[in-house]
Design a protein around this ligand. Structure first.
Ligand SMILES: [Zn+2]
Length: 140
């Protein structure tokens, strides 16, 4: 089987992957205006300041959009076809979006606005991926 492409930690995303390894969803938050900044950047996208701190969030959100992969050629994923890649709007902040795969459900079960929650897929000793599942009884 082909090697799955996995994330590489760097100075800007280390908090996210280290948090995932502890089964926590950790994003950067601005020390000044308290806005969350994700995907991570070296400055606050709301106020421009550079003092950002890793902060755990609830891991709850709603389905903002998704795409379904039907064809192969994605190393390490072909045995999962079809699978859905979700864009989730987190409860903490309007338009605070994050990306992960759908687990424990079929793409046909998805609808915009459905309640989702994070879960964690341990790939190996170094990498755990935040993924998403539908919350039972879920539309908000
Ligand atoms: Zn700020």
């Amino acid at each position: 089987m082909e090697q799955r492409v996995l994330p590489v930690r760097d100075a800007l995303n280390r908090h996210y992957w280290d948090g995932a390894q502890q089964e926590k969803l950790v994003l950067l938050a601005c020390n000044h205006c308290h806005a969350f900044v994700h995907p991570p950047r070296p400055f606050c996208t709301s106020c421009g300041r550079t003092e950002l701190a890793p902060t755990e969030v609830s891991g709850r959100g709603t389905l903002y959009s998704w795409s379904v992969m039907y064809s192969g050629g994605n190393p390490g994923f072909d045995d999962r076809l079809p699978f859905a890649v979700l864009i989730v709007e987190l409860d903490e902040q309007e338009r605070l979006l994050t990306v992960g795969n759908l687990v424990d459900a079929s793409p046909e079960d998805l609808e915009i606005g459905a309640a989702v929650e994070v879960c964690f897929e341990k790939v190996d000793d170094d990498v755990t991926l935040p993924q998403w599942r539908l919350v039972a009884g879920g539309a908000q």
